[in-house]
Design a protein around this ligand. Structure first.
Ligand code: SAM
Length: 351
């Protein structure tokens, strides 16, 4: 315990820890250390971003997926999933609506859907950039070839979210079918960074088989790879997946990891995720109070949003209406923060 607190103090002062220190911090982190990490992480985020929280408009534009990740509700083997794919016109309408509300970043996320080939996706990215001058486009559509990433970048994509999911090869093999490989995921992340994207990695907390050693490997990877963004949320089970009986990941542990990552990467963009908001009634606010600085309100039309079910009881409140956005503003103001919607919120991190 005392050792963990000493390590947390060292992390807050130096913004790094060696491999053994990361593991010892994770293994020994009790309530006192967690509270220290929370306060230090929130202070570090405030030093980098003030009391402003960047908002990104999230559009979940397809739930067709060729992958079979064992934890995910939209995996290809889930025949009970109701599949949908927004048309380019529908996606543009979501962006225009968001732009009118003030959003200057759109996150286009979806399963690995073959219909969205490079030509179609490039046309979409270019159309969003043309329709919404000055906006940033973030893509999150999984693993593609380096050539595909290069074309999308040339079409105007600014950022790419691709969680590494776990940096431990054995754990990766437990969470995914054999055809999905950690080396490939990591190569994609390196390609994206190399091509000049602002890159987001990240992992679920409490996924089946995850140990402190796995999390230490994640932290080591994040410390050394230095992504611009890190998405961290609790694992939440989905009833139509092989992990249907697995317990949900702990929201408290997720908050500890958020704080550690904030201290390791003071300038990273850290979303307070939908999964955290699902796990705790005030999860989004707690995320901000533990070092996060981004919230991604949902702009997906409500009818389709209801089918983007990655896990049970997924939070489905949106900001497609001014009322939804006002509510979010109020909730942030209640904890002393301000929604910074009109800021593109580029990463201050240099590659
Ligand atoms: N297909 C893209 C990809 O692989 O990056 C983006 C969509 S994918 C559904 C987005 C993220 O959802 C994944 O990176 C994963 O971490 C998260 N996710 C999937 N199933 C989850 C679950 N059961 N609990 C929590 N998060 C989950």
């Amino acid at each position: 315990m005392a050792e963990a607190l000493a390590l947390a103090r060292r992390l807050a002062e130096t913004h790094t820890l060696d491999d053994a220190g990361l593991l010892a911090l994770l293994a020994g982190c009790g309530p006192e250390t967690a509270a220290f990490l929370r306060d230090a992480a929130a202070a570090t985020a405030r030093a980098a971003f003030g009391r402003k929280v960047y908002l990104r408009g999230l559009i979940e534009f397809t739930n067709y997926c060729r992958c079979d990740c064992r934890y995910c509700g939209i995996r290809r083997s889930n025949t009970r999933a109701v599949r949908y794919r927004l048309t380019p016109e529908q996606i543009l309408a979501c962006c225009r609506l968001g732009y009118g509300l003030g959003f200057r970043t759109f996150v286009l996320q979806g399963g690995e859907d073959g219909w969205w080939n490079d030509d179609r996706l490039c046309r979409l990215v270019a159309a969003v950039k043309a329709a919404c001058p000055g906006c940033a486009v973030t893509l999150s559509v999984g693993e593609r070839s380096r050539e595909s990433y290069a074309r999308l970048r040339a079409a105007g994509a600014d950022r790419y979210l691709l969680r590494h999911e776990t940096a431990d090869p054995d754990h990766y093999a437990l969470l995914h079918p054999p055809e999905q490989r950690l080396e490939r995921r990591m190569q994609c992340l390196r390609d994206l960074q190399d091509l000049g994207y602002q890159v987001g990695a990240g992992m679920m907390i409490g996924s089946p088989g995850q140990t402190d050693e796995c999390l230490a490997a994640d932290l080591r990877f994040l410390r050394d790879f230095r992504p611009h963004m890190v998405g961290i949320g609790p694992f939440l089970s989905h009833p139509d997946t092989p992990f249907r009986h697995a317990p949900d990941g702990s929201a408290e542990r997720t908050l500890v990891l958020l704080s550690i990552v904030r201290l390791l990467l003071p300038q990273a963009l850290l979303p307070s995720t939908t999964a955290l908001g699902t796990a705790l009634p005030d999860g989004r606010e707690q995320g901000i109070l533990h070092g996060a600085n981004v919230v991604m309100p949902n702009l997906t039309p409500p009818a389709e949003r209801a089918h983007y079910l990655l896990y049970h009881d997924k939070l489905s409140t949106g900001a497609e209406s001014a009322a939804g956005l006002d509510e979010l503003r109020r909730r942030l103001a209640a904890i002393g923060y301000e929604a910074d919607i009109e800021n593109r919120g580029d990463s201050p991190l240099k590659l």
